[in-house]
Design a protein around this ligand. Structure first.
Ligand SMILES: [Zn+2]
Length: 391
């Protein structure tokens, strides 16, 4: 069925992946017994889009890969848990690292967290298919960070963006006296303190109750522009959501990859984001790392806050669009929901949000460090950024 060459390449890449993750476990039949201490870093040598993840099908201009090929590329084992319906992907090295793909679902499970995909997974002729973009830019960054990605510089400068401000209050809950613009600034200032204590340089897009506006018009693009001027390595925009009264919980957004609809487009909010972007936006160069960062923030927030999981989603947020670095927009809680609002009204809870975000940033920075060869200084070993990357 499948050409032999890509399969061989896949096995070679799997061997490299095994080398990267567990130098002590090179006894696998697929992995040659080469010591990692002298070997060049395999990730740096890997092409940006390994041929190993072969296209299985092309439907309506979207490339799909089989779950089996995805598992092979990741170094995972794929098993039907419900025949022709659900496949569990389990890390061969670290079995707690796992994902679940289900036919006709636009949502995947990754290590117990909800991850919304840009395209529906489907079953055909005994194979489960997932879009290549989702496989490479949504799932791989969470399951095998760095696979198929160019390593960005170490995370030093973190730009924190407290959503709204000034004449733009954002969401409100009058019964609890809550305004989004005040809450986002409070959490941002707490996060700034924590990140600085951990040795990061934290830059705020606003320090007071002000809107970012040009010619007296609120201009959301000023926020990523400020981050770019500050040479941000990461960008985190903090918001508190508004939704139907009974809806509560935490959600995390990255900018939608090229030619993908926002997660909510498929549901009742389609009117809010009906456009498909057919060209790549500046932040799309960092889709994989934005997803990895989102995953770290998502996991830490859910663990710490014990809120309802509304998932990792994609959307066309203007505050992320023109970033020259990975960027994430977080909605730790929904303040129009009284049960979430009751918690957010307490300063100790807002401190917990900041601590979860700081821990997520540190997890992400540690992941980057772990992927960098240890034998040379970090700056000298960073992969040259592609020509299109003007950072
Ligand atoms: Zn907001």
């Amino acid at each position: 069925m499948r050409p032999a060459a890509p399969r061989l390449t896949a096995i070679a890449l799997l061997a490299l992946a095994l080398l990267i993750e567990t130098p002590a476990q090179t006894s696998s039949s697929a992995a040659p017994s080469v010591s990692i201490t002298t070997a060049p870093a395999p990730l740096r040598a890997a092409p940006a889009r390994p041929a190993a993840l072969a296209t299985g099908l092309r439907v309506s201009n979207v490339d799909y890969v089989t779950a089996t090929d995805l598992a092979l590329w990741l170094g995972f084992k794929g098993t039907w848990t419900e025949p022709l319906k659900t496949i569990a992907l389990v890390d061969k090295i670290n079995p707690v690292n796992h994902a679940e793909l289900t036919a006709d679902a636009r949502e995947a499970g990754v290590n117990g967290l909800r991850v919304f995909l840009g395209e529906k997974v489907f079953q055909r002729d005994g194979h489960l298919y997932i879009s290549r973009t989702d496989a490479e830019r949504a799932l791989a960054p969470l399951l095998r960070p760095g696979l198929g990605a160019v390593l960005p510089p170490p995370s030093k400068i973190i730009v924190i963006d407290p959503g709204h401000g000034g004449e733009d209050p954002g969401a409100e809950n009058k019964a609890f006296g809550l305004r989004e613009k005040t809450l986002t600034l409070d959490v941002a200032l707490r996060l700034k303190k924590l990140l600085e204590a951990a040795g990061f340089q934290a830059v705020m897009t606003r320090e007071g109750d002000t809107a970012l506006s040009g010619n007296k018009v609120i201009d959301l693009s000023l926020r990523p522009n400020l981050a770019n001027r500050a040479h941000a390595d990461l960008f985190i925009s903090i918001h508190f959501n508004a939704a139907a009264k009974d809806t509560r919980g935490t959600e995390v957004f990255t900018y939608a990859p090229r030619a993908q609809h926002a997660a909510d487009w498929w549901g009742q909010l389609s009117h809010q984001d009906s456009a498909l972007e057919t060209t790549e936006q500046p932040v799309n160069r960092f889709d994989r790392w934005s997803s990895a960062l989102a995953g770290a923030l998502h996991r830490r927030m859910l663990q710490t806050l014990k809120t309802e999981d509304r998932g990792k989603k994609i959307a066309h947020w203007a505050v992320l669009k023109t970033l020259n670095c990975p960027g994430v927009l977080v909605e730790p809680a929904i303040i129009t929901n009284d049960s979430d609002a009751r918690r957010v009204a307490v300063p100790a809870f807002r401190q917990q949000i900041a601590e979860a975000l700081a821990a997520g940033v540190m997890d992400y920075a540690a992941t980057l460090d772990s992927l960098r060869p240890k034998t040379q200084p970090a700056a000298a070993t960073a992969v040259p950024t592609p020509a299109s990357n003007s950072r």
